[in-house]
Design a protein around this ligand. Structure first.
Ligand code: OOG
Ligand code: NI
Length: 459
């Protein structure tokens, strides 16, 4: 029998991302409504702005935009984080970045599993913001021990799934039949279960410690809690949401609207209240409810260098501290006038990362015209072109805002900031990748290639 061809990690990730979207659409109909709205707005933006369309076609984003989304899950134990890391590796998703949200009153720390490298990102940029609950932040030792014991009993991955993972780790490519089986088994991890694994009293106690703790501990597995499509105009989608029966949170997280978008802007709609059957000592289910799942949209802009990111963090902190009676949006816009808003300015000041390419004019030019020019000179002469690299990651302050918008009333609890990164990486079973290194490598590789194409490898 002829061997069945192997789909490879990029194809498995794309199939998984689509399967996850279909599942969430059937579980949460408002997500479907949001997808339709985002698709309509994206189409209108592209129709109205041929320059943007050409730009996105050049960078490969036009092809991926309809399939682009991120999800989020919350895990309970170190073993779960390690298992999930192994499952995502089959789909070419690696842990990038470390986000400590305890300081912002959310008892988790997180990483983003995502593809790295130009080809993989272009094939399907699906990402999952993955948080590990920090039970050590539960004050009551008895409750903490109970939560740990409940979590120790659950198994979120099936034996068949882990057998496929082990095959992949041993260097055997999954064939297309196994790839489909892998997607179906992996999907089960993230499905919603309307029956809790605990009785209502334990749920109530954990909920009182922190709603997120109840969300993680009381269910069979880490249900996907949102899936986020990428829009080209978040202000427009936000404004149109109410007409489609969706109430967004008040402010958009991240930078203000700009001519040259940077990083990530996000907004969400409130979590749904869902019916849950709790267990009881006599075996009869007890009816209750739980709110966890919500909707979110995002608009992505350029990845910033370390200097750019420091400027962003400084301006954002300033706007948040000094809104002083003014609407926050207004304060944010005012403060961010200090952030250059032309691609050329961002590049020359070393604030954003770019992908370089030799232009047809550059390739056709006489060597004598190219020699003696530096990188800026080659750009000014039209021999070298550059486009900003898309920010593929998340923002801790924004993530905290997204979490909090869904935690209901009663302001954020304060947790003492602590350095838990080493514990997170030990649980994960490997260090997380540094996102700035990834962007810097992409930029350097593109510049090296472009200069070689112009016979200017001397630069
Ligand atoms: C994750 C919240 C953070 C984002 O896009 O920043 C997030 C969660 O609620 O589990 O999704
Ligand atoms: Ni999100």
């Amino acid at each position: 029998m002829a061997p069945v061809p192997s789909p490879g990690p990029d194809a498995i990730r794309l199939a998984f991302s689509r399967a996850m979207s279909a599942m969430y659409r059937s579980e949460v109909p408002q997500y479907g409504t949001l997808l339709d709205l985002v698709r309509d707005v994206n189409a209108a933006v592209l129709d109205a702005d041929p320059a943007l369309r050409a730009h996105l076609a050049r960078t490969g984003e036009l092809e991926r935009i309809g399939d682009e989304r991120h999800g989020a899950i919350r895990l309970g134990t170190a073993a779960e984080l390690s298992d999930i890391r192994r499952v995502f590796a089959v789909m070419g998703m690696e842990p990038v970045g470390y986000y400590d949200l305890a300081a912002a009153g959310v008892p988790v720390h997180s990483t983003a599993f995502r593809p790295v490298g130009d080809t993989a990102l272009a094939a399907c940029p699906f990402r999952v913001f993955t948080s590990l609950i920090r039970l050590e932040l539960i004050e009551d030792p008895e409750l903490r021990a109970r939560a740990a014991a409940i979590l120790a009993r659950r198994q979120i991955v099936s034996p068949r799934l882990m057998a496929l993972v082990a095959r992949h780790e041993a260097g055997d490519a999954l064939d297309s039949h196994e790839g489909a089986e892998f997607v179906a088994e992996a999907l089960e991890i993230f499905r919603w279960h309307s029956a809790a694994t605990v009785d209502f009293d334990i749920y109530r106690q954990l909920h009182a410690a922190h709603r997120l703790i109840a969300d993680v501990v009381c269910f069979r597995g880490p249900h996907i809690n949102h899936l986020t499509p990428r829009t080209l105009d978040i202000d427009r989608v936000q404004a149109l949401m109410p007409a489609r029966g969706i109430t967004p949170k008040e402010t958009i997280e991240g930078p203000p609207p700009r001519r040259c978008p940077i990083l990530l802007r996000q907004t969400s709609f409130k979590a749904l209240e869902e019916a849950i059957a709790f267990t009881s000592p006599d075996g009869a289910p007890v009816a209750g409810h739980h709110t966890a799942r919500f909707g979110e949209i995002e608009q992505r802009g350029a990845a910033l260098t370390e200097a750019g990111r420091m400027l962003y963090d400084r301006l954002l902190a300033h706007a948040r501290a000094n809104a002083g009676g003014r609407p926050y949006d207004q304060a944010l816009r005012d403060v961010f006038t200090a952030f250059p808003d032309t691609w050329d300015g961002l590049r020359r000041q070393g604030l954003a990362f770019f992908r370089y390419a030799a232009t047809p004019a550059g390739r056709a030019a006489d060597a004598a015209d190219r020699d003696g020019l530096d990188v800026d000179g080659l750009i000014d002469a039209g021999f070298l072109a550059c486009d900003p690299l898309v920010y593929e990651d998340f923002l801790p302050v924004s993530a905290a805002g997204i979490f909090q918008s869904n935690l209901g009333g009663g302001g954020p609890q304060a947790y003492r900031p602590s350095d838990a990164r080493a514990a997170f990486e030990a649980a994960l079973g490997r260090p997380v990748l540094n996102e700035l290194d990834l962007y810097a490598t992409q930029q350097a590789a593109s510049l090296r290639q472009a200069l070689a194409d112009l016979d200017r490898s001397d630069l």
